[in-house]
Design a protein around this ligand. Structure first.
Ligand SMILES: Cc1ncc(COP(=O)(O)O)c(C=O)c1O
Length: 387
């Protein structure tokens, strides 16, 4: 008897597998289909050749933690202690998991916002807690802070927050953080903030990190991912930034969960960041151009593309072609247009009938152009049938 009996294979794995079977373009799962910077490859080889092939320090390579602290200073003007406030983890996924195990006990509650990234709820349940899933409200996937206020109770231990938001492609406003801070003021509630797309914020907007919020910084754990920043989801290296007392608790779980993270890769990333300390700043213009390319290619197609404020995803509104059954529509796009997308309903505890599927724009321009051509052909066909 397993502890997650109701959970099957994730929608990402299913769609990627189906895309391979049908030889479809995979704009479903979020990973780049272009090459990483060859310099990073060289630095990985150099780190292994230099003999960094045994266990790394449990909390992360000091040189890498120092680079991360320098980055946090440059990005947000923050002075973070690399020794006591930064822990290198196996991707953001491990940071989320270890943080939740460290903080949630039997009977505790965590609040997450639907559509929620799929690892939050299982992590809370495996810790013996209950994840209360509050839907973001339409239009525009905004926070219902009144409802958060009503949901908070003596069992609430954690609010899991995500900005830029996957899959809604929105960014939290400074007012959202202020409201969250007001609501949990005077309680012991902590914040787990998933900021893996911190650099992917468009149209000149700035990412509002909980770490830079005066009331939230002292009670928040923020998680980040080099998989996103370095266009290499297979690196599986992320980190968690939190005040020393929370970091101590996180590390107690981390040391028995993964113990320590790939030593040569940490050396390589530290060296890469030394050479290119501002590499994160290239992400916004890079992905904004890809977002705009796809949007432009689908103009007047009948699909509506709500403007993505951040992340490397783009929602596709299909209401002019079909009723709001996103799983059924994703299946049609897969088999009829041969484009794999991700429906949003698997991100909900109680799915709403929404007319959106998610596309990943972290793809070569040629992949985006081909996907747009296939989607346009599908749309033309639908209009012909309707006539
Ligand atoms: C919102 C969000 N959080 C966390 C993760 C996991 O990051 P990592 O691949 O570093 O484990 C992802 C990856 O897609 C994500 O989109």
């Amino acid at each position: 008897m397993g502890k997650l009996e109701d959970i099957g294979t994730t929608i990402f794995t299913i769609m990627s597998r189906r895309a391979r079977e049908l030889d479809a373009l995979n704009l479903g799962q979020g990973f780049p289909d272009y090459d990483i910077d060859p310099r990073l490859t060289q630095l990985v080889a150099a780190a292994m050749q230099a003999g960094h092939n045994q266990y790394a320090p449990m909390e992360g390579l000091p040189a890498l933690r120092e680079r991360i602290a320098a980055k946090l200073l440059a990005s947000y003007g923050l002075s973070i202690d690399p020794d006591t406030e930064i822990t290198v983890t196996l991707g953001a996924t491990e940071a989320i998991y270890s943080a939740v195990q460290a903080l949630i006990g039997a009977g505790d509650e965590a609040i997450a916002f639907d559509p929620a990234y799929d690892s939050y709820d299982p992590a809370v349940r495996l810790a013996g807690g209950r994840c209360i899933r509050l839907p973001l409200i339409q239009p525009g996937f905004r926070y219902d802070w009144q409802r958060v206020r009503r949901t908070l109770n003596a069992r609430t231990r954690l609010v899991i927050f995500n900005s830029p938001h996957n899959p809604a492609c929105t960014i939290a406003r400074r007012e959202d953080l202020d409201e969250l801070a007001r609501i949990i003021d005077g309680s012991a509630v902590l914040v787990l903030s998933d900021e893996v797309y911190e650099h992917v914020v468009f149209d000149g907007a700035r990412h509002a990190s909980v770490l830079a919020h005066p009331q939230l910084a002292g009670r928040s754990l923020a998680v980040f991912s080099f998989g996103k920043t370095l266009h290499a989801t297979g690196l599986r290296i992320g980190y968690c930034v939190a005040p020393a007392e929370l970091t101590r608790e996180l590390r107690k779980v981390h040391q028995f969960n993964t113990f320590s993270i790939s030593h040569p890769l940490q050396h390589a990333i530290a060296a890469y960041l030394a050479e290119q300390p501002r590499c994160g700043e290239q992400l916004a213009p890079f992905f904004e151009a890809k977002r705009d390319r796809l949007r432009h290619a689908l103009e007047d197609s009948g699909f509506v593309l709500p403007k993505a404020e951040g992340t490397y995803f783009q929602l596709l509104d299909f209401r002019s072609f079909a009723p709001p059954d996103d799983r059924a529509f994703a299946e049609r796009l897969l088999t009829e247009a041969r484009v794999a997308t991700i429906p949003l309903s698997p991100f909900y505890a109680q799915p709403e009938p929404l007319p959106f599927v998610r596309l990943c724009v972290a793809k070569r321009d040629s992949t985006l152009d081909e996907a747009a051509a296939r989607l346009r052909a599908f749309a033309t066909q639908q209009r012909a049938v309707a006539r």
